[in-house]
Design a protein around this ligand. Structure first.
Ligand code: SF4
Length: 332
């Protein structure tokens, strides 16, 4: 839901559903989901620190704001469920627990539900088709259940991808265990805000730091040190307009590869399912002989254990390895 000035001011007084991804970043990472948020950055925001770095994130935000009413309407049209806006709410007992859901779902025998509308890019879309709904989306709906009360037992993440034009409605059921864990983590974070006790900073090389609006306040010294070897982080970065088309092509190809990899995995999984059912490791299909044969198990050296228990041997059989130099792309 787009923030009104009133909501924006209210945000300073508590934690809303879209901020959980920052607080629960470790759990999100463990789930295999992409991690965007940082608790320390959220802490700076909640304790009223001014941002010290310009970073234009408005594209996806604008897309979300513009498409939200469309997604809500689409959901209503396809399912026949009525949806309605709901005012920003705060917890009955803890006023710093806040929620602004995109829509309330009404007139369904299961009772009132929560609708969250998401518009995502290709990369997240294909990742989602492969791995399921990202945990950060699930957490947001669960937080809504928590703040709005026990009468909310179910919700939906309606996810739209513009390219390819596709949508999915993913139901989320109340998960009290997850809610309890979340509520505990949020309470601990809010205490840090009140006690002026910042969460520990991430390593400066974490990709979240590169576009962080608080990165100079937070990482100033570390960044300066890093700048000796990495002048992309600090100082003037040259702009090469002549590479614009090449970079656009690269991003498009990356998206196509992501899509192709997803389709390839799906096709191979389907073939494996058929072979498993047929209890066969060799089949013929589509003009190909397809084999799926278990290779012999192998062994590998546990380098960490060897280094710890036999450091001399580890040293004797170690040789230098050139560090990787990955080509990374960050939106600016
Ligand atoms: S610079 Fe990094 S650690 Fe510091 S607040 Fe930003 S994202 Fe978090």
């Amino acid at each position: 839901m787009p923030l009104t000035a009133e909501h924006a001011a209210a945000r300073m007084n508590g934690i809303g559903g879209s901020e959980l991804a920052s607080i629960l970043h470790e759990q999100i990472k463990e789930s295999g989901d992409t991690v965007y948020g940082c608790p320390r950055a959220l802490w700076y925001e909640k304790t009223g620190h001014e941002q010290d770095y310009e970073f234009d994130e408005s594209g996806p935000i604008q897309r979300g704001i513009i498409l939200e009413p469309y997604i809500a309407e689409l959901y209503s049209e396809v399912t026949g469920h009525k949806v309605a806006r709901l005012d920003h709410k705060v917890g009955k007992e803890k006023s710093w627990e806040m929620v602004s859901i995109d829509r309330q779902i009404r007139g369904v025998p299961r009772g009132v539900g929560i609708l969250e509308c998401k518009s995502v890019g290709r990369e997240i879309w294909y990742q989602m088709l492969k791995q399921g709904l990202p945990l950060r989306f699930v957490l947001q709906v669960q937080w809504g259940f928590h703040v709005l009360g026990p009468q909310y037992e179910w919700g939906v993440d309606a996810v739209l991808c513009c390219d390819p034009w596709a949508y999915i409605f993913h139901e989320v059921d109340r998960d009290q265990q997850l809610i309890n864990m979340m509520a505990k983590k949020v309470a601990a974070f809010w205490k840090r805000v009140q006690d002026n006790d910042p969460p520990k900073r991430l390593k400066w090389s974490d990709k979240r730091c590169k576009g962080c609006l608080m990165r100079k306040t937070c990482q100033g010294a570390e960044l300066a040190k890093a700048a000796e070897t990495d002048d992309e982080i600090f100082g003037d970065t040259e702009i090469h307009e002549t590479l614009s088309d090449t970079v656009a092509t690269r991003m498009e190809m990356k998206g196509i590869i992501g899509e192709a990899t997803g389709n390839l995995d799906d096709a191979e999984d389907e073939i494996k399912d058929v072979m498993t059912e047929a209890k066969s490791s060799v089949i013929i299909a589509g003009g190909h002989k397809i084999t799926w044969i278990q290779q012999d198990d192998g062994t590998t050296v546990d380098g960490k254990k060897l280094e710890k228990e036999k450091p001399d041997i580890y040293k004797e059989y170690s040789k230098p390895r050139k560090g990787a130099r990955p080509l990374n792309f960050y939106p600016v």
